[in-house]
Write a protein that binds this ligand. Structure first.
Ligand SMILES: CC(C)(COP(=O)(O)OP(=O)(O)OC[C@H]1O[C@@H](n2cnc3c(N)ncnc32)[C@H](O)[C@@H]1OP(=O)(O)O)[C@@H](O)C(=O)NCCC(=O)NCCS
Length: 185
């Protein structure tokens, strides 16, 4: 299964994606607000193995349909430039809440601000909505993470509540804002 948008192709991860994934998974600026990373290559390989095993609709690789220009020059069409994770409520297993999906997303640093997250996540929401059981989409971000909050706004997601001390990083607890979208058909 693949999903195409104007500029992107979304597909399942494959074992060959480790180098592409590691570009963003090892980048401290990408991991500033995440509950994972920066990864060693072994950590990326281990994550990728379970993402490949889980497959779709749990883990979506974001690839570009055309060449792009990044910090280090040309990024060839087909490169994995980010990913979207789909979970059950509170990042539980998918089967625990068939009506509710919580999403998380990441894009490599040198392609930020080009609308890639918005375009990719919208396409995944549309794909998830094809399952009649899905009635609500959630996502969460740290309150100071303005870019992710903008993505939520572009997707029509509304902030529903603050989750205090949601995740711990390097001994520091961070709050999250929970966003929600009701799926209309
Ligand atoms: C969050 C993230 C996925 C956004 O990816 P992206 O492809 O740059 O997103 P988009 O281009 O679709 O939208 C980003 C929006 O934030 C805006 N933005 C970026 N930095 C900003 C900042 N510091 N303050 C305010 N707005 C900001 C952009 O201008 C854009 O808004 P616009 O379309 O209205 O101009 C990316 O920053 C990322 O991977 N971050 C690290 C991982 C992460 O934190 N993931 C989310 C966990 S909740």
């Amino acid at each position: 299964m693949t999903v195409e948008t104007a500029r992107l192709l979304l597909r399942a991860f494959t074992p060959d994606d480790a180098d592409d994934v590691h570009v963003y998974a090892s980048d401290p600026s990408v991991c500033r607000f995440t509950d994972w990373g920066p990864n060693t290559f072994e950590m990326t390989q281990s994550w990728l193995a379970q993402a490949v095993e889980a497959g779709l609709p749990a883990h979506w690789a974001i690839t570009t349909r055309a060449d792009a220009v990044g910090a280090g020059g040309r990024i060839a069409a087909g490169t994995v430039v980010g990913g979207i994770g789909v979970y059950g409520e509170d990042r539980g297993p998918l089967e625990s809440t068939p009506h509710l999906r919580e999403l998380g997303w990441v894009v490599r640093r040198d392609l930020w601000g080009r609308g890639i997250a918005t375009e990719a996540v919208q396409a995944v929401i549309d794909a998830l909505a094809e399952d009649e059981a899905v009635t609500e989409i959630h996502a969460r971000c740290r309150p100071e993470h303005k870019a992710s909050a903008r993505v939520m706004g572009h997707l029509g997601m509304a902030r529903t509540r603050r989750i205090e001390r949601d995740l711990e990083r390097d001994g520091r607890w961070m709050d999250s804002d929970l966003y929600s979208l009701i799926v209309h058909r």
